[in-house]
Unconditional design. Structure first.
Length: 390
């Protein structure tokens, strides 16, 4: 069964990219997620001692009603809420908000502005707030899935490391050239991918520990450890691409593990595997394969193809975990896991018609490309769900 699923994955993973122009009128008015994303900001290890904490800048709420009226999620984005402790840096920080390598753009309550949450691999498309509630800075958000590998989730939100100026996280040297019209957005997008791939190392390491807790077979533990090591190389590759474009060496700072849950039952492990590995890594593999077909020949194309093959094996790990877990679960839990094998609509920037080729040449996909990836992924996941249900 696993071989049938992965054979289907491999076949779709080899399909060439289909070139098609974007709707220029739509592109001009739609928000560009990757343009909004920027380098994640370093987190201060402790709140500044001299910072005043005064009355809430916004009216406090009960902790359950919306932070601000009028936030309407569109284009398949899902409404949600994110709350963080005061003086916690956002996972993606706005450019120009850093001083002396520390995030500093806080209000009097220790809350960062809502737009600092918006970023490609954070999945946040729109945000409102903050309101300080229960001692935390709370925001209403609209989120969409992003094809950035298996996320490191803490309390339902992606956890990323801050950026740091360092040159020891670059992969093999690359020479990637971008048109001036897309260069800045491409740097932001590749840095966002780099930080998500870096967080995926921790996500697979956590998975390895969870597999120990439920007595999983040795092969699954071995593959999970291998996946973590491969994600290190994926992060290095993405940092190297960004460095080639920007001529600046950046790497990850410390990744906070505060709040990370290391206790999970078999049902939870299977649910995470279904959504994050079976679905998420299948989409990532297809997206990388499509990007490799469309980008300029050379080291970038070679690296993206290699990453696609490895993401394919990470998806296979997810299917192996689900197939092993299903017979041990209750009927209701099995239905939950099978229900998680569903491909949502993923986010991608709208690019003006005249910029499409330049965007694809640096290994990035357009919204049109992602719709095609979703169709391929749904075909694969649907077949896999049928196999697993039989």
């Amino acid at each position: 069964m696993i071989l049938a699923i992965t054979s289907g994955l491999a076949a779709c993973n080899k399909q060439p990219a289909v070139a098609a122009p974007e709707d220029a009128s739509t592109a001009a008015s739609a928000p560009t997620a990757s343009a909004a994303a920027s380098t994640p900001a370093p987190s201060a290890s402790a709140a500044p001692s001299a910072a005043p904490v005064v009355a809430d800048a916004s009216p406090p709420d009960s902790g359950t009603k919306p932070v601000q009226k009028g936030l309407v999620c569109t284009d398949n984005a899902q409404p949600g809420r994110q709350c963080v402790a005061p003086f916690t840096a956002p996972v993606t920080g706005m450019k120009g908000a850093m001083q002396d390598d520390h995030y500093s753009n806080y209000d009097a309550n220790g809350c960062f502005p809502a737009n600092a949450l918006i970023g490609t691999c954070s999945g946040v498309r729109d945000a409102r707030g903050p309101v300080k509630t229960g001692g935390k800075c709370c925001y209403d958000v609209c989120t969409v899935p992003v094809p950035c590998g298996r996320p490191m989730l803490v309390e339902g939100s992606p956890r990323l490391a801050p950026s740091a100026k360092r040159d020891d996280w670059g992969g093999p040297p690359m020479s990637v050239v971008a048109a001036s019209s897309v260069k800045s957005r491409a740097v932001d997008a590749w840095l966002s991918d780099a930080h998500m791939e870096h967080a995926s190392v921790a996500a697979f390491s956590r998975l390895s520990l969870l597999l120990f807790s439920v007595g999983a077979p040795s092969l699954k533990k071995k593959i999970a450890h291998r996946a973590a090591a491969e994600e290190v190389e994926h992060a290095r590759t993405c940092f190297a691409i960004a460095a080639s474009l920007s001529q600046e060496s950046v790497g990850p700072g410390p990744l906070s593990l505060a709040g990370m849950e290391l206790h999970a039952d078999l049902r939870t492990i299977a649910l995470e595997a279904a959504a994050e590995s079976c679905v998420g890594e299948t989409v990532a593999a297809l997206a990388l394969s499509r990007a490799a077909e469309a980008c300029s020949p050379g080291a970038l194309k070679t690296s993206l193809r290699a990453m696609a093959e490895q993401e394919l094996s990470h998806a296979e790990l997810g299917f192996r975990i689900v197939a092993w877990a299903l017979p041990q679960l209750s009927d209701s839990a099995r239905e939950e896991v099978l229900g998680a094998l569903s491909v949502p609509s993923y986010d991608a920037p709208m690019i003006a018609t005249e910029e499409v080729d330049a965007w694809r040449e640096v290994g990035r996909l357009t919204a049109f490309d992602m719709r095609d990836v979703e169709r391929e992924a749904r075909s694969i996941i649907s077949a896999a769900r049928s196999e697993l249900s039989s």
